[in-house]
Each structure stands twice: as structure tokens, then as C-alpha cells.
Design a protein around this ligand. Structure first.
Ligand code: PXP
Length: 241
């Protein structure tokens, strides 16, 4: 499995004072030095953390794979077609939410999802839909032409260590296998941390995990490089059973 690092919360901290520290581009460079598989940023409609300039600057870094998370709006489609990130992950967005609370309803807006995806694929941008582990949503994505889904691991992360963990984990695993049987490649993310990430190895053929909050939180104490290296080891090393 590969690790993609989401650096949105470096920008959250920067924006708290409205200045230039901590520098998002420096965070991207450290990610690059740690050889992460991709750098993820979510350009939200309200620009609450990452700004357009951040995305443009990260895109210009050589040998960095940029995964741009964005809502399924015309504004974001235009930005992606102009900036041409290596990948986009299409997410739902509500202004009031603290973070991306659930997966996107692709089934309920399939026609727009197909129209949205087509020009991106034509520009060789890899497209992924961020969805809940739900068979209806998976089959909807399989009709869009997008090669990837990213499974929302929020419910699993919340249930980790509780009575409900096994049931939620089985749902996640079943959804990943179901999607792979449709020919989709499967990423996962949201709420993963240094403890709950280990079970992701029990899910076959996951390609990449996108992790942000726990890495940036740990970086406050041990530094970003160390925090990434520790997570990278957990993600890339198959544990001995
Ligand atoms: N994947 C997607 C699609 C997300 O929206 C987020 C949160 O922005 C993440 C992964 C990372 O979640 P976390 O910050 O909880 O690790």
C-alpha cells in the first residue's frame, strides 16, 4: 500500500494568523523528500485552508504527484482542467461541516458525474470518487469511467476499539472487494491514525491511503518528516501475522 499525505491542516494553521507560517510549500517539499506517493490538498469552495495559489505552487514542484480533492462543481472542474493535477478526488462539500462528513452521492447525480469526469479523463487526469462503502454508490461510479474510488473510512475510524468495529470493518472490506470485482481501483481515507491504520492491511489490494489530520497532529510533537516516516512504515510494511 502507498501513502498519500494530506497537508490541508498546515494551511489551517497558517490561516489562523493570516500570515505565511507554517509554509505549505515547505510541507510539500518535506513530503516529497519522504517519497510519499502523492500530496493531497482539498481546495474547498470557501478556501478555508488551502488556497488556489497553494495548489498552483505545489503543482509546479517537480516529481510531485498532486491529488486535488474538490467538489463536483463547474468552478472546480475548470480549475482542475487548467492546473491539471495528476489526480482528482471528487468529494461532497457542505459549508457548515468541520470536515468531509460522508461520501458523495454519485448515484443520485450520475448524469452530472459522467459529464464531470469525461473532460478530466481526456486530459489524462486520474479521477476518483470519495464514497461510503455502499454497493449502490460503487456501481454508480463504475458507470462514470473513473478508474478509482476512495472509500470513506470515517465510520471505521470512529468504531475502532468499540463493539461495532468488526461490523463496520467488514462493510469496508466487502465494499473494497465488490468494487475491485467491477474493475475499480480502491483507495481509502479519513480519520485514519497510527493505531487504526494497521487493519487496512487486512483489506486486499488497497492502492493508497490518504491521511492528513493524524500526521499533521503528530508533526506538532515530532516534526513533519518523522511523522510521515512513521506512518509510511505502517502503511508500506506488511505486518507479520
Ligand atoms: N480523503 C478524503 C477524500 C478527505 O476528504 C480527507 C479529509 O480531508 C482525507 C482523506 C483525510 O482525512 P484525515 O485528515 O482525517 O486523515
Amino acid at each position: 500500500m502507498l501513502l498519500g499525505v494530506n497537508i490541508d491542516h498546515v494551511a489551517t494553521l497558517r490561516n489562523a494568523r493570516g500570515g505565511i507560517e507554517p509554509d505549505v510549500l515547505m510541507a510539500a517539499r518535506i513530503c516529497k523528500e519522504c517519497n510519499v506517493a502523492s500530496i493531497t490538498t482539498h481546495l474547498r469552495e470557501d478556501r478555508r485552508h488551502i488556497k488556489d495559489k497553494d495548489v498552483e505552487e505545489i503543482r509546479k514542484l517537480p516529481r510531485v504527484r498532486l491529488n486535488l480533492e474538490m467538489a463536483m462543481t463547474k468552478e472546480m472542474q475548470d480549475i482542475a482542467l487548467r492546473i491539471r493535477p495528476h489526480a482528482v478526488c471528487i468529494v461532497p462539500e457542505k459549508r457548515q461541516e468541520v470536515t468531509t462528513e460522508g461520501g458523495l452521492d454519485v448515484e443520485g447525480q450520475l448524469k452530472w458525474a459522467i459529464e464531470f469526469t469525461k473532460p478530466l479523463l481526456e486530459k489524462n487526469i486520474e479521477v476518483s470518487f470519495f464514497i461510503d462503502p455502499d454497493v449502490h454508490q460503487i456501481s454508480a461510479v463504475s458507470k462514470t469511467g473513473a478508474p478509482f474510488i476512495e472509500l470513506h473510512t470515517g465510520r471505521y475510524s470512529e468504531a475502532f476499539g468499540t463493539e461495532g468495529e468488526e461490523r463496520v470493518f467488514d462493510e469496508l472490506k466487502g465494499a473494497a472487494i465488490f468494487a475491485q470485482n467491477f474493475g475499480l481501483k480502491v483507495n481509502a481515507g479519513h480519520g485514519l491514525n497510527y493505531q487504526n491504520v494497521k487493519r487496512m492491511h487486512e483489506i486486499p489490494n488497497l492502492v493508497e491511503l490518504n491521511i492528513g489530520h493524524s500526521i499533521i497532529s503528530r508533526a506538532v510533537f515530532v516534526g513533519l518528516e518523522q511523522a510521515i516516516k512513521e506512518m509510511k512504515t505502517l502503511v508500506e510494511t506488511i505486518p507479520l501475522s
